[in-house]
Write a protein that binds this ligand. Structure first.
Ligand code: NAP
Length: 271
């Protein structure tokens, strides 16, 4: 008798918009792996119960998205170094009876910048806008690339200060006033302001010659941040679709032991 395919899911709120089921089914086709992947909606109170039930019922792996990555981190008995350092987990599985969490956002981010877009990070002055779960997720992988500096600005200044403290001084928080007169080689928008059709506080004077800009948010057309960057002379500006596919590819590798080729899937999703 044929065994049912291994079961995977992404859990978040909202979840209808998620491209993860499509991306993982394209990975499964590409690699010949047999699996089922669905989207699950959870409430703040219900997340932990839903995740526990998923694994008790034989689920093989769970992706976790906004706003539950920190709750997922707190549930895990085992964490990869990236998940431990970022205090957020987006890839869960049960290993030797214990819930284990990884964070693949940082790897996805760096692979898209460095390998797909050819953007150098080493030796560059990096400005991160935002201090939420996504920024926490990318910092460990960013640090590994040895940028010259990492500066973080956030609308709620205390969260930027807390982030800098949690990462042990490898990055510095700055207010808009403190950013006056400074320039950066890579500016990353890790705020969700593009989703609301707007921009965080930005200043074209921050763009050094050859500056690259990257928005973690993605959409069918240029995000407001990508448009702003191009209108103000950035050398490159990209949205986060490539990161989304690359972080999913790393989750797939963790679960299945096979690394899908993300590039044709990114091209296919861009249409
Ligand atoms: P989050 O934890 O809710 O944090 C949201 C961040 O955005 C906070 O820093 C918040 O500032 C800031 N913000 C929200 N609205 C703003 C506005 N109007 N002006 C300025 N700042 C604003 O969310 P997250 O998990 O970090 O996710 C952030 C974005 O990254 C989301 O849009 C998500 O879709 C995207 N993302 C993409 C990928 C990918 O693979 N491409 C992966 C992860 C996340 P305050 O602290 O002041 O509220």
């Amino acid at each position: 008798m044929n065994r049912p395919p291994a079961r995977y899911a992404v859990v978040g709120n909202p979840i209808n918009h998620s491209k993860s089921p499509l991306i993982h089914s394209l990975f499964a086709q590409q690699t010949g792996e047999a699996l089922a992947y669905e989207a699950l909606l959870a409430t703040a109170e219900g997340f932990e119960g839903l995740a526990g039930e998923f694994f008790r019922e034989g689920g093989s792996g769970l992706n976790v998205t906004v706003p539950f990555k920190q709750a997922a981190w707190a549930m895990c008995r085992r964490l990869t170094p990236d998940a431990a350092r970022s205090r957020a987990a987006n890839t869960l599985e049960v290993r030797e009876g214990e819930l284990s969490g990884a964070n693949t956002d940082g790897i996805g981010f760096v692979r898209d910048l460095r390998d797909n877009l050819g953007i150098e990070i080493g030796g560059r002055r990096v400005l991160l806008l935002g201090a939420g779960g996504a920024v926490r997720g990318v910092v460990p992988a960013l640090e590994e690339e040895s940028p010259a500096s990492i500066t973080v600005w956030n609308r709620t200044a205390e969260r930027a200060v807390e982030l800098a403290r949690d990462f042990g001084g490898s990055l510095a928080a700055a207010s808009v006033e403190e950013l006056r007169g400074r320039q950066f080689d890579l500016i990353v928008n890790g705020t969700s302001s593009s989703l609301q059709g707007g921009l965080p506080e930005v200043d074209a004077a921050w763009l050094a010659s050859g500056c690259c800009c990257y928005d973690l948010v993605y959409g069918d057309k240029d995000t407001p941040f990508v448009r702003w960057a191009l209108d103000n002379g950035a050398a490159t500006a990209a949205d986060g679709l490539g990161m989304l596919v690359e972080q999913a590819a790393e989750s797939f590798r963790i679960w299945r032991g096979v690394t899908p080729n993300a590039r044709p899937i990114i091209r296919q999703l861009r249409g």
